[in-house]
Ligand binder design. Structure first.
Ligand code: 13P
Length: 254
């Protein structure tokens, strides 16, 4: 591990795993990787499994993350969950603005920005997701789409940018088996860091930028060994302990 930014592998379980399955998966990851300190390992189960996964990984180095939250601290928001509620369950991280939330739940950069500010206020580290669609990439506007998402989602956060993680998840690579090549991903990560420099100056150098989109054991090392790729946000391959731990091992080898 040569990078000064801590390599981070986060598993986004999305809307998968019943409570007992989540407990099994978390316990298996803990058995294999519970003492790992060179890679930051984050498990992000659905809300319903946060408690049991938190209990399963207690007394290990594994960290807990949520997949979403509301921007208000409390109040009449039926069906929503606040940052403090997540802290209550010992979450360290929260994924914000995932493309599935942007697409299916109409989350805008402004919404993501409010959530990111609320997360930081509650001492949760936000993993802010950005990424272009295939149509946008083919039209040659991948960089401008990602720049707009970053500037909107991170508005006003320049002073605390080192507490934010960014996940670059090209929409065309999510759940499709079609991964960005290491070169394509590195080019975008480098670009993202330059945009972050415009927002937070030298703090941009400490921002962990994760790649997400069909990351698997056989492509993880090539991606993570790129200079501006600081780990992965893993979907499908995080649902199985063996695959997820292999990705962590690939990260350890970089
Ligand atoms: P897949 O790894 O299944 O492509 O999902 C990526 C993702 O959306 C992680 O947040």
């Amino acid at each position: 591990m040569s990078k000064f930014r801590k390599c981070t592998i986060a598993g986004n379980w999305k809307m998968n795993k019943a409570v007992n399955e989540a407990e099994d998966l978390a316990s298996s990851v803990k058995r294999e990787m519970g003492e790992c300190s060179d890679v930051e390992i984050v498990l992000c189960p659905p809300f319903t499994a946060l408690k049991v996964v938190g209990d399963a990984i207690s007394e290990s180095r594994l960290k807990l993350g949520a997949q979403n939250m509301h921007s208000e601290p409390d109040g009449a928001y039926t069906g929503e969950i606040s940052a403090n509620m997540l802290r209550d369950l010992f979450c360290h991280y929260v994924i914000l603005g995932h493309s599935e939330r942007r697409t299916y739940f109409h989350e805008t950069d402004d919404v993501v920005n409010r959530k990111a500010k609320a997360a930081l206020k509650a001492n949760l580290l936000p993993i802010v997701c950005v990424g272009e669609t295939l149509t946008e990439r083919d039209a040659g506007c991948a960089e401008s789409v990602v720049r707009t998402q970053l500037q909107g989602s991170l508005d006003g956060l320049g002073d605390v940018l080192d507490k934010v993680l960014v996940a670059y998840e090209p929409v065309w690579a999510i759940g499709t088996g079609r991964t960005a090549t290491p070169e394509t991903a590195q080019a975008m990560h480098k670009y993202i860091r330059s945009v972050l420099g415009g927002i937070g100056g030298s703090k941009a150098d400490s921002v962990r930028i994760l790649y997400g989109g069909s990351m698997k054991p056989d492509n993880a090392a090539a991606l993570i060994s790129q200079p501006d790729i600081d780990g992965g946000l893993v979907g499908g391959a995080a649902l199985e302990a063996r695959q997820f731990c292999e990705i962590v091992r690939a990260a350890l080898s970089c």
